[in-house]
Write a protein that binds this ligand. Sequence first.
Ligand SMILES: *Cc1c(COP(=O)(O)O)cnc(C)c1O
Length: 407
Amino acid sequence: MPTSSFNVAPTAVPCPVVESLDAILPEEPLLMMGAGPVPIPAAVAKANTIVINHLGATMVKVISQVKTMARYVFQTHSKWVLGVAGPGSAAMEMAISNLAWEGTRVLSIKNGFFSGRMAEMGRRVGAQVSVLEVADRSVAGLEQIADAIRRERPEIVTIVQGETSNTVWNYQLKDIAALAKAAGALVIVDAVCTLSTMPLAMDAWGIDAVITGGQKGLSSIPGVSLIAFSDAAWERVKGRTAPNAHWCLDASLAENFWHNAGYHYTAPVSGVLALHEALRLVCAETLEKRFARHLKCSVALQEGVTALGLQLYAPKECRLNSVVGIEVPPGLSPGDVCAHISRQHQVEISGSFGLPIVRIGQMGEQCREHNLFRTVHALGRTMVDLGVKVDLPAGVAALERGLSGGK
Ligand SMILES: *Cc1c(COP(=O)(O)O)cnc(C)c1O
């Protein structure tokens, strides 16, 4: 008998020859200035290389601190903070699938691609979902939302704080949450893009579930996310009689790990450590300073882009600062711009699901002056290279004025 006969059978899969990452990745890492993932601080990157026991005293301490820091970032006193192994969408699915089931009346305020995802998830768990469709580049008025709540009598209202796809900001979130609450509905807020980049006060605004991802405002790695439930939301989770079809996302099972030092599934320990460091850096900076940094950088970026001679996509009153949408000049496609700026300038920016725009993120580590100068320069240069007339020096000058407070 040969030592192994399985690999000579005619059906065997031959051992492949592949390139190492060194051969695939660019020599100089690209500057990640798109709609996420974003650059991560060195402390986050270092934590992400470590593997520890997912159970035991060290992990218990890490988890406890992650929850404490997350409560600060969510601005909630609620005990019910949990981590999720998965993207922001997994946290979203945890919120929806635990709070809604067959026949639950859900009202989804849909501003675009991501807020529409919550409606889709509601339908998939059998909820009776009504969608308030909001025109592109605008937000629903309070009166319109109040009407929809009166008509649909929802048990749950879903809404996004910052609609990353068309760069619209639901700036009346606090008032919308109050309307829903007054009507007895629980409010689920998608803050994947915005958390820690702009104010959100879960308790003070009466929000019942907030979801976020790691790779955006928090500047951690993708793949480990956070969710917070209010006491009222947690009561609904624990009181449900309908079994949850999701096992990994069952909040009651996740409670074992996130609150009782027990086993649910093997937690993504490296990612949790990375998230710990990302949250610690948010706490070290403080939310007030972090919000101010994001605002200053994003407004300066918008001024720089405008001074180049390009148009911003969202109107000023509902323009999201966390991700800036820029109209692509006629004759070019978003793909042309993204490919050129990446190849020629090693800066990554994003297109947007069929919209005629490119998007530049202002989330976490993206809001650093040196990153902004490089990005505005690269964008202006890309336009010149692609035959669009822009005023590159004016763009860079406007950015500098914005960052230095006009001095
Ligand atoms: C990025 C994003 C999501 C999806 O997050 P994933 O981690 O890709 O699942 C959802 N909502 C908003 C507002 C986002 O910006």
